[in-house]
Design a protein around this ligand. Structure first.
Ligand SMILES: Cc1cc2nc3c(=O)[nH]c(=O)nc-3n(C[C@H](O)[C@H](O)[C@H](O)COP(=O)(O)OP(=O)(O)OC[C@H]3O[C@@H](n4cnc5c(N)ncnc54)[C@H](O)[C@@H]3O)c2cc1C
Ligand code: SF4
Ligand code: SF4
Length: 946
């Protein structure tokens, strides 16, 4: 095979930019750093990244690669565990091609682009009662292109099989630059003859498969799933039916044979209901016996976690008994009769009781509870990153498959093997298919551990092949990690055939070299530096990062930013563009299974270069005697300047100053401004300020800046609600909680404010907040201080902070709320990111759902950032608006009249984005209105008085 030289030096990006434009071709340091990794153990720095937005872009990149000999690696979400989405040449990211092109409900198929996230696709299909079946555990983040190219599957393979079983057709750009409609062609169909005449490489493949049909048949692994090598088995079985089944050739080819731009997928009916059971076995041998019995009940999923895995993820944290040797997760889908699930659950429980269990099986029917049961399993691999700062879960033997009835024998063998090597290991996976994920914890920078890794790689794979007649790869793909073993998996003859197939479709070897068909050792390109860091590069945070959602580019993503800000090559100057793009929404921190806080790392980098203009504003703000008169003047004259022409002029005149905050910052003329308060909240409630200074109350209201200086109704509502709960809150002296200040890098000012607030709030039993960011910041104060008295005070405060919704839910008082208005209001909830990060998710929903006259609607994407993020709306108005689009769609689709939230800053963004099409209210405002209705009702209806 011709050699591609990764070192080949030419201005790849410059060349590509000339044809594709500068927006779509990147080669700056942060971009190359972010694209140098995927979720595997490897790192390869590319020469350029192309963000494809059309088939023409794909074709241009492929043709260029072919002409110049620069390797080309297609990439989707980069969540593969094998190093197949990194490469030394061009990375062709197809994430922006993410539309559903056509859906046929009756015939149950969908035509879709490869950049769509699996979970998104299924969300969009759900309203049609349809489902794309194969579901990798990484489904929240992985994209269709990667799933197709890896022949992915997941927990529900038992019912739905792998991706290859659901593909009707593909559009593929071959290395020649020509497009292929890859579908099942009847052998004597004239259309096939045209295809073969246009693409002679396929004629070669067809002949090879015909000639070697017996060899291929003989070498087919006898396990229920296999993603090793190319799917020549599928092609042979196609020929038996007189069909050239072209999708089979490309599914599972890992970007080594062509680039997929479109897929037509077969869909199934979505189950109307499901139930999930968690079963804790005391003895592993019982699991082996139970699996065939459980399979006879036709579960849609059957998963296992071994004892080591349970120890590593923390038994206490997940309520797993100490004597459990293995835990099984079983799921059943409702078929036919409505009561079938209950009956199935009864049969399951009866069956399990034949075995020695640590506790009764937990059976969940409710969607929320079922998701809880799955949560630990789905995030298992990255969770293992918490275990040790040196020993990390290393994916190098992670995807073997044996016959399902031999899985406990396999687990026993593996546990003994690793015990003898003194290596901690997690073994989990799709037991119903005999697919085990084996993840040893090793320090690859330690010579002994490294030697153990190399030895066990050969031993385990060989044992799976010889003793278990299994496969080395069930679903994750061969990538770089298993490529060197593919030859041993299939033997020389069949391997040679695979090489011939690769050569005929990719004669110059530019398509993802080093992946699948390669003799390079699996230890090449290991990222030793990263494997000593805290991040698993799993990409889960990207799935919630609002910036990634908009840009679909790894340099503008949470995972990418982790790589960038922790890289040795990092400098603020070369990375300012990306470091300043984070909203500090904390969604990444909330979701990260490995306990990494990317936003905090970014804030620390910003603190090395505090923004001067923002610093001046915050210094002014810290001097109320100077700041407040200026703000009042602005409030009194708002009617004058908050109009189209003066706003245009204001935008223009403030532009030079705003630029010094960020290149994109401006005071946008069309933004709906919140009304400034002519009298701040503290002036309106002098009696509460007074008791804040000296009074006996035990409850303080930390109003924050927005409720004090904006006329948004939030402060009045919180006070009114507290009063209705029998509390006269104090308004103690307070400074900005610090969130916006921290965002611009002024750590010293944050500390000053925090110390002031700690002293001022110390004497209150409860500190109520109405703002999501203040809630989180006050709870996060302990992170600002070293161990000592200040940290202790911060810890004490963190325990006493309560958002108003939490306060109400926990209150013993139940003020009368009347019976609601004549018309039922449909209310949905936008869950502010900082409140979720503070762990407050249920209380606001409970409050809203209990309001009389309110129909509470849970909207899609309630947990996604709305894009305001305090002052981000000014820092990058255009990106903030793009982020909001998704929220707008969700609100509109919910059909709500009112969108409620728990944060004054989010209200600004919601008001600006919705422009009064839907009413925006703080939870406290809706509560206050409801209490007032209750009070009016009581005073006009004497019979209701006690
Ligand atoms: C926590 C975790 C759990 C996981 N669980 C599972 C699981 O249960 N089952 C499973 O199968 N996998 C699992 N994986 C692995 C991985 O997520 C899946 O294989 C996934 O389908 C890869 O999709 P991706 O979008 O991330 O692809 P990428 O990683 O971007 O790419 C994967 C391969 O696809 C190729 N590719 C991408 N797009 C195209 C295209 N348009 N044309 C041609 N080639 C293309 C790439 O070159 C590469 O070879 C898991 C990973 C993690 C981190
Ligand atoms: S920060 Fe966390 S969620 Fe994000 S890639 Fe790293 S481990 Fe995964
Ligand atoms: S804080 Fe928000 S914007 Fe920043 S990296 Fe995390 S998820 Fe992305």
């Amino acid at each position: 095979m011709p050699l591609v030289l990764p070192e080949k030096t030419r201005a790849v990006a410059a060349d590509l930019r000339r044809v594709l434009g500068s927006e779509k071709v990147l080669d700056d340091v942060p971009t190359l750093t972010a694209y140098a990794v995927d979720a595997s153990i490897y790192k390869i720095v590319p020469q350029a990244v192309v963000l494809a937005e059309s088939e023409v872009d794909i074709q241009t990149a492929v043709t260029y690669a072919m002409r110049t000999g620069v390797p080309l690696t297609p990439r989707a979400a980069g969540t593969n565990l094998t190093g197949s989405a990194i490469g030394s040449g061009i990375i062709l990211d197809i994430s922006r091609l993410n539309r559903i092109l056509e859906l046929n409900r009756d015939e149950r198929w969908v035509r879709v682009q490869p950049g769509i996230v699996f979970a998104e696709l299924n969300k969009r299909l759900a309203c049609h009662g349809l489902l794309f079946g194969p579901d990798p555990s990484s489904g929240d983040m992985c994209k269709l292109g990667g799933m197709l190219a890896n022949n992915s599957s997941g927990p529900h393979t038992l019912r739905y099989g792998s991706v290859k079983d659901h593909v009707q057709g593909l559009r593929v750009c071959l290395s020649s630059g020509d497009w292929l409609e890859a579908r099942r062609y009847i052998l004597d169909d004239p259309a096939l003859h045209t295809v073969l005449a246009t693409h002679p490489s396929l004629q070669t493949v067809l002949e090879l498969v015909r000639q070697q049909a017996e060899l291929i048949r003989a070498k087919r692994p006898t396990v229920s799933k296999n993603s090793c090598g190319y799917k020549l088995f599928g092609l042979v079985y196609g020929l038996d039916e007189a069909v050239f089944d072209l999708p089979k050739l490309f599914v599972g080819s890992e970007g080594t044979l062509g680039v997929i731009s479109e897929a037509t997928l077969r869909l199934v009916d979505r189950p109307t209901a499901s139930t999930t059971a968690l079963i804790h076995f005391r003895f592993l041998e019982d699991v082996g016996d139970a699996v065939p019995q459980l399979l006879a009940l036709s579960p849609s999923a059957l998963e296992v976690m071994d004892a080591n895995t349970l120890n590593l993820i923390g038994r206490d944290r997940h309520g797993i008994p100490s004597d459990t040797a293995a835990t099984l997760l079983a799921e059943f889908d409702q078929d036919g009769r409505p009561d079938s699930l209950r009956e199935q659950a009864t049969r399951l429980t009866a069956l399990c009781h034949r075995y020695r269990l640590s506790s009764d099986p937990v059976v969940a029917f409710d969607q929320g509870q079922r998701e809880q049961l799955w949560k630990a399993r789905k995030a298992l691999y990255p969770t293992l990153y918490r275990y040790d700062s040196r020993k990390k879960p290393i994916n190098y033997v992670d995807d073997v498959v044996v016959r399902a009835d031999r899985i406990s024998e396999l687990i026993r063998y593996l546990e003994e093997f690793f015990r003898a090597q003194r290596i901690a290991v997690a073994i989990f996976g799709h037991i119903g298919n005999g697919n085990a994920h084996i993840v040893p914890l090793l320090d690859v920078n330690d010579r002994e551990d490294f030697a153990r890794m190399v030895e066990s790689y050969g031993d385990i794979h060989q044992t799976v092949l010889t003793r278990f007649s299994g496969s080395i790869c069930g679903e994750h793909g061969d990538g770089r990690v298993r490529a060197e073993f593919v030859r041993r998996m299939f033997g020389e003859e069949l391997y040679d055939l695979l090489v011939q197939v690769k050569r005929s479709l990719d004669p110059t070897g530019v398509m993802n070299p080093g992946v699948k068909i390669s003799d390079t050792s699996f230890t090449e390109h290991i990222d030793y530096t990263r494997l000593s860091k805290a991040c698993a590069t799993c990409g889960k945070c990207n799935s919630v990062c609002p910036v990634y959602d908009v840009f679909q580019s790894e340099d503008m993503s949470s995972r990418g930013w982790f790589e960038i800000v922790t890289s040795k090559e990092y400098s603020y100057l070369n990375s300012k563009r990306v470091v300043e793009a984070c909203l500090n929404c904390k969604s990444c921190r909330t979701i990260c299974p490995a306990d990494v806080d990317v936003s905090d790392l970014i804030l620390k980098r910003r603190a090395e270069h505090p923004n001067r203009v923002a610093g001046t504003v915050f210094a002014l703000h810290a001097r109320p005697w100077l700041f407040e008169p200026l703000l009042k003047a602005a409030a009194h004259t708002q009617w004058l300047w908050d109009r189209p022409r003066p706003r245009a002029w204001l935008e223009w005149i403030t532009r030079p100053l705003m630029r010094r905050i960020a290149e994109t910052a401006r005071f946008p003329r069309d933004m709906v401004m919140p009304r400034l308060a002519t009298r701040p909240l503290r002036e309106r409630y002098p009696e509460l300020v007074r008791i804040g200074a000296s009074g006996p109350t035990s409850v303080a209201y930390f109003h924050g800046c927005a409720a004090n200086y904006l006329d948004d109704g939030v402060g009045d509502a919180v006070i009114a609600v507290l009063r209705r709960h029998g509390v006269e809150p104090a308004l103690p002296a307070q400074r900005c909680s610090g969130t916006p200040i921290q965002t611009y890098g002024h750590l010293k000012l944050v500390l000053e404010g925090a110390r002031h607030n700690l002293a001022s709030l110390e004497r209150y039993d409860t500190v109520v907040t109405g703002c999501a960011s203040c809630t989180l910041m006050l709870k996060d104060y302990p992170q600002l201080f070293e161990a000592g008295p200040e940290r202790e005070a911060a810890d004490r405060l963190a325990r006493r902070v309560k958002h108003i919704a939490e306060f109400v839910v926990e209150s013993k008082e139940a003020p009368d709320q009347g019976t609601g208005t004549a018309r039922t209001r449909r209310v949905t909830y936008h869950s502010s990111c900082h409140l979720r990060a503070a762990g407050v998710t249920n209380a606001p929903r409970k409050v809203l759902a209990a309001l009389p006259g309110v129909e509470f609607i849970e909207m899609e994407d309630a947990d996604r950032c709305a894009g305001g993020a305090g002052t981000y709306i000014l820092k990058d108005y255009d990106t903030a608006a793009k982020i909001f689009e998704r929220k707008r769609r969700a609100i509109e689709d919910s059909g709500a009249d009112v969108v409620a939230t728990s944060c004054p800053a989010c209200m600004i963004q919601l008001n600006n984005g919705l422009r009064r099409t839907v009413q925006v209210k703080h939870v406290a405002e809706l509560l206050r209105d409801s209490y007032e209705t209750g009070q009016r009702f009581r005073s006009t209806d004497p019979s209701s008085k006690p």
